[in-house]
Design a protein around this ligand. Structure first.
Ligand SMILES: [Zn+2]
Length: 308
């Protein structure tokens, strides 16, 4: 779905909820004469104000209070008459300063990963004792990143580690924390990322931008398991560079998780991509596992995190 459709959908859902609430109120007025009379008196007084006559504010308050009492006795809540917004940021207009609101960007990405991970649920005991302090510092860095977001020291974070080192879990914690704070976060596997880019690259639909735009516009993009995707000529490396480079130019953040180490990233994606996206001063890499983790006793299934 592209932004335009998402915005039209959001606005029309709002209109529909407002219309339903209005019709419900009209029905209440029809069925309850006391409510009708009170409403009529309130409107009469309000009209006096519009016409320039002085309004009897004391009577008005009494009438409004009476109206509230009648509605409460009928079991009608404020939310039923004035439905809350789906998104308080844009008040369901879908736009903020003429640009798509984060709720719209988020809703345009259906291949994203949903996550319930959070920092409170993290457990450093899954790591070998001699690693806990070091890993704990990485977790603290991730938490600080979320607290300062978007005014962080680094734009890109790269969490490196073997299967079971908890790198996806850590990235998920960041996703949850920032989503909770109202930022648009898109987390997707590098496999899904490349699939989207492939669709964008090979499609001639007029709404093909829907594949690309949200990935560039969201507040935080998380690409999980970099290195597990296929390398398609003219697509994988080119779009990875394009998307993240555009984001960096706009001061936007990207988080990667990967099994690869620095040298492998350089070899796989080339020097230009490596130095811009991963090796620049705006990027910081963190190794979540030492090279021997998989063969250590802590690599046994029952001692490891369920997530990779
Ligand atoms: Zn919104």
């Amino acid at each position: 779905m592209d932004y335009k459709k998402a915005i039209i959908g959001k606005v029309s859902r709002r209109k529909q909820r407002e219309t339903e609430a209005h019709l419900m109120y009209l029905e209440l007025l029809r069925r309850h004469p006391d409510l009708y009379e009170t409403e009529k008196a309130i409107r009469g007084l309000l009209m006096d104000g519009v016409k320039g006559k002085s309004t009897d504010s004391k009577t008005l308050d009494t009438l409004k209070h009476k109206r509230e009492e009648i509605l409460t006795s009928l079991g009608v809540t404020k939310e039923m008459l004035d439905p809350p917004y789906e998104c308080n940021k844009c008040r369901d207009t879908g736009l903020i300063d003429g640009k798509p609101c984060s709720c719209i960007i988020k809703s345009c990405t259906t291949d994203g990963m949903e996550t319930t991970a959070n920092f409170e649920a993290s457990d450093l005991d899954i790591f070998p004792p001699h690693e806990r302090e070091r890993i704990g510092k990485i977790y603290d860095t991730a938490k600080a990143f979320c607290e300062k977001f978007p005014f962080t020291n680094k734009l890109n974070l790269i969490f490196m580690g073997k299967c079971g080192s908890g790198k996806t879990f850590l990235a998920s914690c960041i996703a949850s924390a920032l989503s909770k704070n109202g930022f648009s976060v898109i987390m997707l596997s590098s496999f899904a990322f490349v699939n989207r880019m492939l669709k964008y690259h090979t499609t001639f639909d007029e709404d093909k931008l829907a594949y690309l735009e949200p990935l560039i516009d969201c507040d935080l993009l998380i690409i999980d398991d970099l290195g597990s995707e296929n390398i398609f000529k003219n697509v994988t490396v080119e779009y990875l560079f394009h998307v993240v480079n555009e984001r960096m130019n706009a001061g936007k953040h990207t988080v990667f998780t990967t099994n690869l180490d620095d040298d492998m990233i350089r070899t796989r994606y080339g020097e230009r991509t490596y130095s811009r996206l991963f090796g620049s001063r705006q990027s910081a890499g963190f190794a979540l596992s030492d090279k021997d983790l998989r063969t250590s006793e802590y690599a046994k299934p029952n001692a490891r995190t369920k997530r990779s």
